[in-house]
Design a protein around this ligand. Sequence first.
Ligand SMILES: [Zn+2]
Length: 375
Amino acid sequence: MKKISLLLLLIITACDSSDTESIEIGSKETEYLNIENFPHGLKAKNIILAVGDGNGFNQIMLSRIAIGGLDYRLAIDQIPNLGVSSTHSYDNVYTDSAASATAWSTGHKTKNRYLALDIDKQELKTITEMLHKKGYQNALVATSSVVHATPAALYAHIDSRYKYDEIADQLVNSSIDIALGGGLKFFDIESVKNTHYVLLDKASLNDTYDNQKKIIGLFDDDGIERGSNQPTQREMTDFALKHLSKDKCNGFFLMTEASQIDWAAHDNNANEMITEFRDFDLTIKDLINFVTKNKETLLIVTADHETGGLQILKQKEGSVTIQWGTGSHTSIPVGVFAYGPGSELFNGMMDNTDLHYKMLDALDFKNLNNEVCDL
Ligand SMILES: [Zn+2]
């Protein structure tokens, strides 16, 4: 009897240790950012939506610990308004990126895999289409391909997120003015050159471009592999901001996604997840500084869902023990961090569809002038 319980104990201990992993606690001084006080009731002119795909609260917590320690403050930690969002799709507590990005893009719940279509496959207006009519410039940045689900929900209407070639065609003919990410293999570059400046390497982000054509940057065949010739999320986002802010009259909408937090979490690869997060947080730092200076831009940082069911368990000397619960998405609610004019709208508990209406409220969309500034 004793032997059996000892054996059981050994098996349980073995299972436990094989499921857990040790992550070293970092040590770094916090870089405190200048955070402006925006009184309630202000209207925003521009919107930046920064998305960490799969980036739940514990992905942020673990990254904070690994980058700087338990008391370190990331850029995302310094955003003053915090809400919580549910993420379920139309008929499932589990959402994929297509249904959740459709929620904030259109304000409607839909089925997993659908992009900007309702459950009867009727087209839903996206926020970029609505804003384009008001003279807005629209930009998207992703570390996945630009035809991946999260960016695609802003411009494509299709019943499967996996129909990449059709999604690429829809992007070229959409109201997106700047698209930066991976996905070269899905485009016929020669024909795209008729309508777009095509950027194929990191160095081309140093050049300036006029508004005669739209801009597409395709820096890898599919998702962007990190390397010295590939731009980071931060570099692509800084380029987009620089280009967008040249237009002093029309407003802009920018979505920037750290797509691969999700991929690393699917693989239960904490170190890779933290690498992608680090780039995301540096991007957020630049965005916070932009909002502070610009004063007319609302920044919202959120996630489409949590991936991996990540748990942070205990501390052993200089490390924390973590455990992944799944290789898939979970229904754990995600954070909504907001800074800038209208950011008070994003406090408290909300649904991912609410983000759409709150962004329109912050812009006072109903009263936006239809006239496009003539530059
Ligand atoms: Zn995923």
